[in-house]
Design a protein around this ligand. Sequence first.
Ligand code: C2E
Ligand code: MG
Ligand code: MG
Ligand code: MG
Length: 293
Amino acid sequence: YDAKRRGLVHEVVDLRDAVQHNESGRLSRDLRTALTENGLDLVYQPLVRCRDGLVCGVEALLRWNHPDRGPISPPSIVAVAEQSGLMNRLGTWVLTQACTDAVRWRIDHPDSPFDLAVNVSARQLMQPDFVAEVTSVLAATGIAPRSLVLEVTETILIEDSERALLVLHHLKALGVRIALDDFGTGYSSLSYLHRLPIDVLKIDQSFVADVEHGSRGAAIVAAVTNLAHALDLVVVAEGVETRRQREVLTSIGADQAQGYYFAHPLPAAGIDGLLQAAAPGALHRPAGSAPGR
Ligand code: C2E
Ligand code: MG
Ligand code: MG
Ligand code: MG
């Protein structure tokens, strides 16, 4: 409470209720304005390679500081956009902005190349022109398709899973990679995993939080990691907050990690700063590990 009163903690507004009533389209109007008047931002959270702390990617995360309500949570922003028919425009803005930043990082720091991950909502993925949209952003920004990872969640499989699979295959044909985000929170059915044309499995932070608390949490993450590796997937642990979690995850064999222990999401300039720092491109490199790739 004290921290909050002194303004140290940013209260992020969850607008789910407001979104449901949408206050006579007010939020829609505000979002439309934000889209046209440069009112949205992206921050980037580093992903690091477990064994040596090398930054191997960043995930783009949407931010909207509403003029009256303050910071709005990203899922609420997406809900407003979907309700207002603005998801296409919002998605295009996110993808274009993130790819533009990534291309600049690649040019300014050619020795520290890393991947860019961008979240895609289920609705967005199922838009009839989504593949064409991605194709044109790739061309317009000049990003190497190989360095772009699109993050989708299990919810894409709920409605029309055959079409979702088709879209994913078309995206893969462009050369981009696909990550399954928040794994373990949706259906949690292992049976469909081998059918999905994915490259990366992101283990949800709720499981990661458990690895510290004895062997059961760690056993689950280990089993998922082994399964994912058997399917040739890269395993990313989300929401790593402590050194102990990092150690356990590394010993389990997770390939990459992301979380406040390594870095909070940063404005684009913060990523530049990170790449220019004394030990370029690494966060919490364990003692004795070899530098470089
Ligand atoms: P996500 O894709 O699973 O992103 C990870 C979320 O976990 C982010 O929340 C990030 O700030 C947070 N996080 C990172 N490290 C830690 C940690 O150590 N501990 C904890 N407790 N949290 C951590 P954020 O930025 O609030 O985003 C929430 C969700 O909103 C994202 O979850 C994603 O599903 C969605 N989202 C964000 N940006 C976009 C976007 O541009 N487009 C779409 N469609 N969805 C987005
Ligand atoms: Mg994500
Ligand atoms: Mg996630
Ligand atoms: Mg999440």
